[in-house]
Design a protein around this ligand. Sequence first.
Ligand SMILES: [Zn+2]
Length: 172
Amino acid sequence: MVIDSFAFTRKAEQLEGQLVLEHSERLVDQLAEPFGEVSWQVRGYRDEPVGRPAQEWIELQLRGSSFVPCVRCLKAVEHPIAEEFRYLLVANEAQAAELDEQAEDHDVLVASEHFALTELIEDEILMNLPPLAMHERCPQPLPGSSGEENGPDSGEEVRPNPFAVLTKLKVL
Ligand SMILES: [Zn+2]
């Protein structure tokens, strides 16, 4: 979805929708089935503080869940998202660089007539993903821990049992 960002803030527009994460090429590689859904709400407004230049703002709210692979069993772990973001719109990169340094509770976005809203939403979801996800208790026994998975690729069948030596000694 693409918006004209300054028109969006000046008209105080609002939009909302649902991002099915399975359909996002940028996200799906990071996720595990059933991938998840995030509802988003975005609104624009113009702030006109007395004695200072007007500011254009965009607010974004995300609610939902993504499913990320568990580092132990690779099955999906649910990762909830409930976040709000605030962005100050600026006209160009130079202004963005200058204002970004002062920004503490918000980010700075360069305005565009063709602003890629979906990409912004994807960016925030990507940054929200945990670096490592793990079940508290994995839903299935782990391969190897049950003893059933000692398959032919373990490569250790021909290694002699060290206790065999002890048995021989005993016999002698
Ligand atoms: Zn797990």
